[in-house]
Design a protein around this ligand. Sequence first.
Ligand code: UDP
Ligand code: MN
Length: 282
Amino acid sequence: MLEKKKKECPSNLPSARIVICFHNEEFNVLFRTVSSVMTLTPQHILEEIILVDDMREFDDLKEKLDYHVENFRGKIKLIRNKKRAGLIRARLTGASRASGDVLMLLDSHCKVTKVWLEPVLNAIAKDPQMGVCPLIDVSDYVTLEYQSSPVVRGAFNWYLQFKRDRDFSYERDGPEGPTRPIWSPAMTGGSCAINRHYFNAIGKYKGINLWGGENLELSLRTWMYGGQLFILPCSRVGHIDKQHFANHTGIVKALVYNNLRLVHIWLDEYKVKDTSLVWIGE
Ligand code: UDP
Ligand code: MN
């Protein structure tokens, strides 16, 4: 944290459009996400927040949300899906309503921190083919207590599950020390940013369904099209890891479909060696 204070970002950063989609999110949790963004992001780099309500099953949120959106005076655009579209299509709907250069995709149960967006914008402004992610800290599911994570890179195993790998000490040796961006094979799902034109050019989340595996899809697309991915240790976002709905049949089906598709499209010789065996064995 001391290092972070010393590091300076240029003043002429681009501004960001932040897309947050949500399905049956707790109102207070969603509101905490949005208000942390509104209060901790300098207004000149926050162009707008695009909220996509992916068909809430209960009505309690609607009026409350309208009221609060109104209070944020023009910075928030609210889109309501008539039918549940799933995370992937809901995010795409949000992204399609954005203009400008930088898209920041954020889960609806996050808490951003001071100086979270500046390093992200700085990195993307330097290299438009760079996908970047804040380092994900943990907000406790029950107490919301904020716990800092160690510096990790994003990776994945042959079950195509996202994994965190510790960085190497030599990666902190240079002049940037612990604030140096960590090269990563995989983006995190809950919070990532990309140049909007590049996102469109590499095919977005084309071909995948509902929920699951979208972070690996976008990661592999980025590097297959010549881009790079980095996790930025000096940008921190707290994410609530839910006690999940992974046994929901539709979700499991979509996840398996998305992963098998990813294997066939992107993994070439590795699919025979490793991944397909793992998936057949599941
Ligand atoms: N979400 C959505 N529609 C869905 C499922 C999820 O809009 O059908 C939203 C969800 O509210 C969250 C984001 O997509 O803001 C990512 O989902 P989740 O947090 O469940 O993924 P995880 O963080 O567990 O990978
Ligand atoms: Mn999440």
